[in-house]
Design a protein around this ligand. Structure first.
Ligand SMILES: Nc1ncnc2c1ncn2[C@@H]1O[C@H](COP(=O)(O)OP(=O)(O)OP(=O)(O)O)[C@@H](O)[C@H]1O
Length: 486
């Protein structure tokens, strides 16, 4: 069932732990110090459980000595800080002494299972031939797609292979990438290629749910647990039973909800708001963020233990500006997709000039921005041929290509924008952004996010997206709580 090395200098604790593990079917080897432990081949164990403070070298020295085997650190309550430091050094987890027997067995089981799953996944990832057939490639071999993800540049091909390899292993995945790069599509592709594909995929944008409601939305609530809770309700975690839960913008999850989510990951249990009972759940979590979670951990805004649980496998989506000619491949795909949806029969197509501008443009809003630009252009381009001004791109973000500088005025972006009122539009957009910025900064301390969004006449998600774009983060908890409670 598992081969465990215990490293502990206090013989009473060591033999008690040995008995406990053996009763649960594990094979145990003992050592009193790092030196004694190192006489074994450390990578032959499935797990090493070590005290932090030992005579001689500290238990954390085993982390580097045993490169392949997870190390679980035991520490007293008084030295929790060093336990967190041990996690930073690469310990798989820590457990406080004196430990509860059930807690210890649960942790051991989880760490060994996670490690075996991870090794299986990494073996698949390093096998270049496996699963590549699932990537759709056209006859010429230069267009590729996975699920709804389109694009054939090298970073996307690598991404497809990685997505296919992590799909079958039942491990947590953390998807990172700027807003609009396709994180949700990537999560869908993982679900579709996993054994859970016939069960639900529940997608939740943590930034779009008001802070005061997020716990009950995710974890459910019992009748009467708060004003307005007139009946018991299942949360989205339970709704994803046997399937996958995709939590987008996980960096926005409030601290209390982070604690409940940790329980789901650690114990496979969910406790509804207002309930004393926990319910078992079987859910695979895929999380996504455009933020640097490590930085949020440092700032005390994201739980370190949750961060470690989430990043079992990390996948990064490249920004659109780093995908070369893929921008045109995706644009053409979007032109036909939206022409069909809008029932256009004008043979909509991108002009050569629009294509050149699109390749040079920076796409700060990534594929979402591209999709909006194409939809706008399809409606404005009445002859069917799409020119750059139909796309409505912000001038600052694209340079005029040399080849265009000498072409006809109609194909010259600068001339067009100056003459057709686009610069007036940009002006208007700027002053709207000014207004938005002033309004938010002035009222955010005494209004909740929902109130702010209502006053501005936009959705909470849109408010959140603009905050990201303009660099006005949500105020710290105290202020927003006061507002939410009003
Ligand atoms: N490679 C791609 N091919 C085709 N369409 C794409 C691709 N990537 C993204 N899209 C489209 O772009 C839009 C944004 O994608 P998605 O919602 O998956 O991004 P995201 O990274 O989750 O964004 P956010 O972080 O803002 O929620 C969607 O309409 C999606 O269908």
């Amino acid at each position: 069932m598992g081969n465990i090395l215990i490293v502990e200098d206090e013989s009473i604790i060591r033999s008690a732990l040995k008995r406990l593990l053996e009763r649960n079917g594990y094979k145990v080897t003992e050592a009193e110090s790092v030196t004694e432990a190192s006489q074994n081949d450390l990578n032959n164990f499935d797990l090493i459980i070590s005290d932090l403070r030992l005579p001689g070298a500290p238990g954390t020295d085993l982390i580097t000595a045993a490169s392949e085997t997870p190390v679980l650190i035991m520490t007293s309550y008084a030295s929790m800080r060093s336990a967190v430091d041990a996690m930073k050094m690469g310990a798989v987890d820590y457990i406080a002494k004196p430990f509860d027997h059930e807690d210890m067995i649960r942790t051991v089981r989880r760490v060994i299972d996670d490690h075996q799953n991870r090794s299986k996944t990494e073996a698949q990832i390093s096998n270049p031939d496996a699963l590549a057939d699932d990537i759709y490639t056209d006859e010429s071999g230069d267009r590729a797609a996975l699920g709804d993800l389109v694009g054939s540049c090298q970073p996307m091909q690598t991404l497809y292979r990685r997505l296919l390899r992590v799909s079958p292993a039942d491990v947590t995945v953390l998807i990172q990438g700027e807003s609009g790069t396709g994180k949700e599509l990537a999560a869908r592709a993982i679900h579709q290629h996993s054994p859970r594909r016939d069960n639900p995929l529940i997608c939740v944008n943590c930034a779009a749910i008001p802070e005061s409601l997020i716990e009950s939305e995710l974890f459910g609530h019992e009748k009467g647990s708060f004003t307005g809770a007139t009946a018991a309700r299942q949360g989205l975690v339970e709704a994803a039973e046997s399937g996958t839960l995709f939590l987008d913008e996980i960096g926005e999850l409030p601290m209390e909800a982070q604690a409940r989510l940790l329980r789901v990951l650690q114990e496979n249990e969910v406790r509804r708001v207002g309930s004393v009972h926990a319910r078992k759940v079987d859910v695979r979590l895929i999380a996504a963020t455009h933020r640097n979670l490590k930085k949020l951990v440092k700032e005390g805004r994201f739980r370190e233990d949750l961060y470690y649980r989430l990043q079992v496998i990390e996948i990064a989506l490249p920004p659109l500006r780093e995908r070369g000619k893929d921008v045109l491949e995706i644009a053409e795909h979007l032109v036909s997709k939206h022409s069909r949806r809008l029932k256009l029969d004008n043979n909509a197509r991108l002009s050569k000039e629009a294509k050149e501008v699109m390749v040079r443009y920076d796409w700060p809003g990534n594929v979402r921005e591209l999709e909006n630009a194409i939809q706008r252009a399809l409606i404005l381009a009445d002859t069917g041929e799409i020119f750059s001004e139909d796309l409505g791109l912000a001038q600052d973000d694209w340079s005029v290509p040399e080849t265009l500088a000498s072409s006809e005025p109609v194909t010259e972006p600068t001339a067009n924008n100056a003459d057709t009122g686009s610069s007036a539009e940009t002006q208007e957009e700027l002053s709207l952004e000014d207004y938005f910025q002033h309004f938010v900064v002035e009222h955010q301390d005494n209004m909740s996010e929902t109130e702010l969004a209502q006053k501005l006449g936009i959705s909470r998600k849109c408010l959140w997206e603009r905050r990201q774009r303009l660099g006005i983060p949500r105020p710290k908890k105290g202020a927003s709580n006061a507002a939410a409670a009003r």
